[in-house]
Design a protein around this ligand. Structure first.
Ligand code: SAM
Length: 289
């Protein structure tokens, strides 16, 4: 640990933020690489007289910040870590950085299945870093989960994240195209969740460069209208869900109504668009008959 006066640190921090980037990314850098949590930071702001301790020196932290600002590379990829709900997850450019708005998908499950000692059987399609499935496997320790992805590299990261976050063994990882790794689970799932790629192809071209140049394209694009994968997932869901089982999907900010219609077309009931914290119909849920 390196000791430094809070005054010197605050001066340095101001200089780094004047180069560009935002406070949130800077907080991730300090937390992941410097060992300084947001709570520590608040204490320093309240009491600039004190000394603080860093895991890495200022020159090292500055070199990462410079790369972030100059190349627009997400700070999470540079640090190799992100925070999501109460999880600390390894991330590389093989996986999408799990977004704060996606955190709510776990709360949707909590609202539907209120008894955490229930023995549920669930699957997540397109797990990426494993964030959603790991949070659920931890929250429902008696449940059995299966997390899939088409990308073997993503699954390797998700598996590491699960091992690092848990001593449990109630989550398995399978590789393959959407439902194909789940053939043996037909009619058995209490619920299925997915945050599939849903960005329309032309919208993808206009995404900010920190997303477009660094995050995996296959995790983002959902064909011409963005609904290609969502259509496929909804169409086959009835084969895999138990009677009255739930399908819980994240969609693009303006796709809620269209996704609802797809649920109706495929004979789901109790269909609902669930809003995120910004009031956007970010999720669509329904149960099969
Ligand atoms: C939007 S990311 C979501 C990742 C993670 N669940 C999250 O919420 O942060 C979509 C994921 O679906 C995976 N994927 C894309 N096409 C797929 C397919 N045909 N079958 C299975 N997974 C696929 C991608 O590799 C990516 O990890």
């Amino acid at each position: 640990m390196l000791s430094i006066t809070a005054e010197k640190f605050l001066f340095w921090k101001k200089k780094q933020l004047s180069k560009g980037g935002d406070q949130q990314s800077f907080a991730v850098l300090l937390d992941c690489m410097g060992g300084l949590s947001p709570v520590d930071l608040n204490l320093i702001n309240l009491n600039p007289e004190r000394n603080l301790y860093l895991k890495k020196n200022l020159e090292f932290l500055e070199s990462i910040w410079n790369e972030h600002v100059l190349k627009s590379c997400p700070i999470q990829y540079l640090c190799g870590i992100t925070f999501w709900r109460d999880l600390k997850l390894k991330v590389t450019d093989k996986v999408l950085i799990p977004r704060p708005e996606t955190e709510l998908i776990v709360d949707i499950v909590f609202n539907i299945f209120r008894n955490n000692s229930e023995k549920l059987f669930f699957a997540e399609l397109g797990t990426g870093s494993g964030a959603i499935s790991i949070a659920l496997a931890l929250a429902y320790p008696l449940s059995e989960g299966v997390a899939t992805d088409i990308d073997q590299d993503a699954l390797a990261i998700a598996t590491k994240n699960y091992i690092n976050s848990s001593k449990q063994s109630n989550l398995k990882f399978y590789c393959g195209n959407w439902w194909s790794p789940l053939e043996s689970l037909k009619g058995k799932l209490d619920f299925v969740i997915s945050n599939p790629p849903y960005i329309p192809a032309d919208t993808y071209e206009k995404l900010p460069k920190e997303v477009k140049n660094f995050e995996p394209k296959a995790a983002l694009i959902g064909g011409k209208d963005g609904l290609k994968h969502i259509r496929e997932i909804i169409k086959q869901a009835p084969l895999f869900l138990k009677e009255k089982g739930w399908l819980i999907l994240e969609n693009h900010f303006d796709q809620g109504e269209k996704v609802k219609q797809l649920f109706i077309k495929n004979k789901f009931t109790s269909i609902e668009n669930v809003k995120d914290l910004s009031g956007i119909g970010r999720f669509t849920i329904g149960r099969y008959k």
